[in-house]
Design a binder for this molecule. Structure first.
Ligand code: DLZ
Length: 160
């Protein structure tokens, strides 16, 4: 597994541009909220740690990961944001829903990155079970929300 030997929360602040003048949007899926709240906390703390102002971080909630694309699209078209983080957690069940929701979320976020000038960061955990999701949302493998926040800062400042 790609994250098996990686702590998702590790970053070197000296390598990250200061985020004090940047505005961020965070769109959070309500499904598996134990996990998505952990991801949100990781992202928020990292943005603040890198200089972002709390009043420049806007959170919207959507029902599930399938709705992340629309939430991000609407945020980009109605709000002033330099980057958006899409947060979700899809956990494999007994039906094919997992594949459809994962695929729709990934394709949707990819499409927004092609279609708009605001970077959208894919912070959607796609796990086989709850424990894997816990391990990556503030557990033993760190927090993918932290990693997403650093990616958001880097993408918002890409090219100077
Ligand atoms: C329906 C569904 C299922 C089965 N599993 C998840 C999941 O693990 N994670 C998630 O974020 N959302 C799930 N959903 C809900 C869909 O994303 C979506 O909200 C509904 O299908 C309504 O469009």
């Amino acid at each position: 597994m790609a994250t098996a030997n990686k702590n998702l929360s590790v970053y070197n602040k000296a390598d990250i541009p200061n985020a004090k003048d940047l505005r961020f949007g965070i769109v959070v899926a309500e499904w598996n909220d134990q996990i998505t709240e952990g991801l949100y906390t990781g992202a928020l703390e990292a943005l603040l740690d890198c200089g972002a102002k709390e009043e420049h971080i806007l959170r919207w909630d959507v029902p599930g990961s399938f709705e992340l694309t629309f939430g991000c699209k609407k945020m980009i078209s109605t709000q002033k944001v330099d980057a958006v983080i899409a947060i979700g957690s899809v956990i494999r069940g007994e039906t094919q829903h997992f594949d459809f929701v994962c695929s729709a979320a990934a394709q949707g976020v990819k499409d927004l990155n092609v279609q708009t000038d605001v970077p959208v960061i894919f912070c959607v955990l796609t796990d086989n079970n709850l424990q894997q999701a816990i391990d990556r949302s503030g557990g033993k493998h760190g927090n993918k929300g932290t990693e997403a926040a650093i990616a958001a800062i880097k993408m918002a400042t890409l090219g100077g």
